[in-house]
Design a protein around this ligand. Structure first.
Ligand code: NAD
Length: 257
């Protein structure tokens, strides 16, 4: 078991990448704190873990709210006695997030708060807990759009993920000598409810698909496997990385027909 005796807090654990990671972490022996704004889906993942013999507990939190994040970290320590792995994964894509010319300020603020401020808050209140347990692994979900620009714009989302990437590097450097590693997980497009919303328009969907060398979207378990590696001691010298799991999108100039 690759996460035996570890306590892992996962935000956005009710769906997509977070859900698959929660299931996998529990299977690998972690005690999982599943955090989500959506109580129904968050509790459902805990139930699924318990049914397969794993250990998990749900905590409801809006990751963009200080009190909620503090509460989630406190809950993890109160429930399982410590925190070893912090997966800041929750994120949104808003349907009205588009070109810089058209995107309204309220969409910008919402996206930055949920996608970027949340990671700041998660680290601000999670790092002291990691230090109390002797160190640990932070995984922040950025995206391949933190590396390359798209002609199908999503300006607030892209900016938020660029911020996550830069912030992760700085945290990785600052806390490395205190036995904390921080890495930015950068998925390519993954077949999840978030992607379905982002690419609801079939033309936009096809346009994105064309640029992926394998010619398909990732499945959430493929991203969860990368998160498992970053969470486990197998990645003990991986720190501050831009950990791309993008099927080669950022390596491609032209993709095969
Ligand atoms: P998803 O929509 O399937 O799941 C996101 C989860 O986050 C949901 O359970 C939702 O309830 C929760 N959530 C949303 N707002 C929240 C808030 N304020 N507080 C707490 N929880 C909240 O999405 P996903 O595709 O699994 O995405 C997970 C992460 O991966 C996000 O950060 C996303 O930006 C990133 N990502 C996704 C893709 C993709 O193609 N799906 C690609 C690159 C990066």
């Amino acid at each position: 078991m690759r996460l035996k005796d570890k306590v892992a807090l996962i935000t956005g654990a009710g769906s997509g990448i977070g859900r698959e990671t929660a299931l996998l972490f529990a299977q690998e022996g972690a005690q999982v704190v599943a955090c989500d704004l959506n109580e129904t889906s968050g509790k459902a993942v805990v139930e699924a873990i318990e049914q397969s013999g794993g250990q998990a507990a749900f905590v409801k939190a809006d990751v963009s709210k200080t009190a909620d994040i503090k509460g989630a970290i406190d809950f993890a320590e109160a429930t399982y006695g410590k925190l070893n792995v912090l997966f800041n994964n929750a994120g949104i894509f808003h349907a009205n997030d588009g070109s810089v010319l058209e995107t309204e300020e309220d969409i910008w603020e919402l996206t930055i708060n949920v996608n970027l401020k949340s990671v700041f808050l998660g680290c601000k209140y999670g790092i002291p807990a990691l230090l109390r347990s002797g160190g640990g692994s932070i995984i922040n979900t950025a995206s391949f759009v933190a590396i390359v620009g798209a002609a199908t714009p999503q300006i607030a989302y892209t900016a938020s993920k660029g911020g996550v990437l830069a912030m992760t590097r700085e945290i990785a450097v600052e806390f490395a000598r205190q036995n904390i590693r921080a890495n930015a997980l950068c998925p390519g497009p993954v077949q999840t409810p978030l992607l379905d919303e982002l690419l609801a328009d079939p033309a936009r969907r096809q346009r994105r698909l064309v640029h992926i060398p394998p010619g398909r979207f990732a499945q959430a378990p493929e991203i969860a496997n990368a998160a498992l590696f970053l969470a486990s001691d197998e990645s003990s010298f991986v720190n501050g990385s831009t950990f791309l799991v993008d099927g080669g999108i950022t390596a491609a100039y032209v993709t095969p027909e």
